[in-house]
Design a binder for this molecule. Structure first.
Ligand code: PCA
Length: 324
């Protein structure tokens, strides 16, 4: 009887609390591991939101492609399988071509360039997102993309016939241009693919090398600084609009802090991850100057193809980017 009374009392007080403050939970899907710096940043964003809204909004993070695969996350959010998501922006290029602007080789060479690019790219991305029922929250770049290889790379011939790990259509096209065979491997499976001999080289950040402990099979890392791809975090407009105006501005404030924090973390990790590769026996080298020239020419070809296929919206980003 006593037990019954206590639980009845609890039910009454809980019921009372929920009428005072309705709680909303958003599932946030990501294709990266919980330990990844992007996911850690999302978790901090989630804590900030929960604190600012006094528990009114809970953002539940689902890492590791658990709700949907990285490339399907924007669709999963559009379909309501999750209320929010994170993906690499280039996973959306088929649908939103300007999402590829940050993965054109050798356009962005530093974090400040990357910031300028994002300012120019953001309005178009927000517009396309809105048309698809998505609300952009923030974007954070990966550290610059370098070349990881098991064998030394001295000339273009060293790529011929090798199995090059790719993670999006940009890296696939680059592998083709280099005469390598593209092998699609998710970030979380890189260690396994290396161990199984399914890949010989890849273009990605030093950090992704560290997070997958690539030393052993990967013996060389070349800091070619090819591009700074961004991850983007978004929510369904329906879920966002259902919040109170106050909660909406609290979410946007937490998103703005997550963006600033994420960019700083990325920049710091760019340096420390390269050092960590070195400490673990990976040789950090420069590619020969003539090969660098050839790869840069390939980047220009890629860039021309891209601008031609995207049209005016590409010029809206690139023209001001180059004259600023
Ligand atoms: N890491 C991710 C994308 C870019 C990066 O640095 C990956 O390799 O899949």
């Amino acid at each position: 009887m006593k037990k019954f009374l206590i639980s009845a009392l609890c039910a009454v007080s809980l019921g009372h609390a929920s009428t005072v403050m309705a709680q909303t939970t958003w599932k946030l899907a990501t294709g990266y591991r919980a330990e990844s710096f992007h996911t850690q940043n999302i978790m901090q964003f989630s804590r900030d939101v929960e604190q600012a809204t006094r528990g009114q909004l809970v953002v539940e993070v689902h890492p590791n492609n658990a709700i949907a695969k990285l490339n399907d996350i924007s669709q999963a959010v559009q379909q309501g399988k999750a209320q929010a998501g994170e993906t690499i922006m280039t996973s959306m290029v088929k649908d939103i071509p300007i999402a590829g602007a940050d993965s054109i080789p050798f356009v962005v060479g530093s974090y400040s360039d990357a910031q300028r690019m994002w300012k120019l790219q953001r309005p178009g991305i927000e517009k396309h997102f809105a048309q698809r029922g998505l609300k952009l929250l923030y974007a954070v770049p990966w550290p610059p993309q370098g070349l990881h290889s098991g064998k030394p790379i001295r000339g273009l011939g060293d790529f011929k016939g090798t199995q090059m790990r790719t993670y999006n259509s940009t890296t696939q096209r680059i592998a083709e241009m280099l005469g390598a065979k593209p092998v699609d491997v998710a970030m979380v499976d890189v260690g396994k693919a290396l161990a199984e001999g399914r890949m010989d080289n890849m273009i990605t950040s030093a950090l992704t090398g560290v997070e997958n402990k690539v030393w052993g099979p990967i013996k060389y890392y070349y800091e070619i600084n090819a591009w700074f791809p961004k991850n983007v975090v978004f929510v369904s407009s329906k879920a966002f609009d259902a919040l109170t105006p106050q909660a909406r501005s609290q979410v946007l404030a937490a998103a703005a802090s997550a963006e600033t924090r994420g960019w700083a973390a990325s920049q710091a990790l760019a340096v420390s991850a390269t050092e960590e590769l070195r400490t673990n026996g990976v040789k950090i080298e420069r590619i020969p100057a003539d090969l660098e020239q050839e790869i840069k020419r390939m980047g220009e070809r890629f860039s021309r193809e891209w601008v031609r296929s995207v049209g005016n919206e590409a010029n809206d980003i690139f023209v001001p980017y180059y004259i600023q």
